[in-house]
Write a protein that binds this ligand. Sequence first.
Ligand SMILES: Cc1ncc(COP(=O)(O)O)c(C=O)c1O
Length: 378
Amino acid sequence: MNIAKWPVAGERERELIEMVLNSPQWGGFHEIIGRFEQQFSAYQQCRYGLSTFNGTVSLEMMLQVVGIGAGDEVIVPAISFISTATAVSRSGATPVFVDIEPYSFNLDPGRVAAAITPKTRAILAVHFGGPLCAIDRIAGLAREHELFLFEDAAHAHGSEWSGKRAGSFGLAGSFSFQNGKVLTAGEGGMVTTNDEAFYQQCRSFANQGRQPGASFFHHFTLSSNLRMTALQAAVLVAQLERLDRDIELRRSNEEFIRRELAGIPGLVWQAIPDQVNRRSHYLLLGRIDAKAFGMSRDAFHAHTVERGIPCTPFYPHTLYQNPLYAEGGCRVEPCPVAEACIQDAFWFPHRLLMSERETIEELVFTVKHMAGASQPCV
Ligand SMILES: Cc1ncc(COP(=O)(O)O)c(C=O)c1O
């Protein structure tokens, strides 16, 4: 099948990279970095953006800058990429793994409420696959219990909840521009915020504890070098110019797939809350009820891959089932939904949704055929 390739670069990336290469500054002090920070944070409806070299260190920075550390607990979903949890552990705090909702793949606010203790300092909410988690209820809990709310928005470039974009709900949001993300420079990250003091702390933290106006060799706090390079920013400025068009293409293809495959017994797509009026379409997630579908998730995965369709059989375990947490270092709430998803969920990557309509029709035909369902789609 003729699946779209990712990542892709155009003339604009080449032009901006050339501009950087012709300058004496390839590192973290070129003006294009500030330009990208300004453009991307505005895109996410935030006043400030602080870029980093990846989305793992941006998560770590968010937590460390506010002083989260030993003795604190931070609530995270049981399903996410490992960085969501390790950012908490590396700050010295304890990740508390909480279950997700049955079909949204996102934090269950009822279970978040039940997991809050006097030790809880923050909630780190993930927008898994692109649609926002139930952010209004989670933000309400954070307010009620005086907790920091952080968003791991690594999947949620351009995603909205009632017209408000990811990364603008809590104190800060963290984005990733890693190779598979919908906006990429191979690696890259950013923290977005509306809080000026927090932003200034992040700017200093990512820049070896320097302070504006002070000498280059004066360092005021124990910090690190997390600076994005000018080459990364050049690629990202170019990619951002295409993001709206790419989102629209993915939206249209996902809508077609969902419409054509609606009603196939045992195939349930990710539930999208009504308030999610726009999303990145980073992953097309689903769950297979083997009995109703007539095939297990693993067989579904094997068949799709055999036919040239990129498909991932979900994560092999919940975050807390990783070897890293096998000996402890975390608190685990009951997570029956997360554990069930490990057995029956799958995702298609966003590049599939960027393929020609002919290819999308082939995918629909293949899945219908697998389900033993109706006629080929035309
Ligand atoms: C949910 C989530 N958070 C954080 C990250 C880490 O980002 P990075 O790979 O840029 O370090 C990723 C993945 O890449 C992710 O999927």
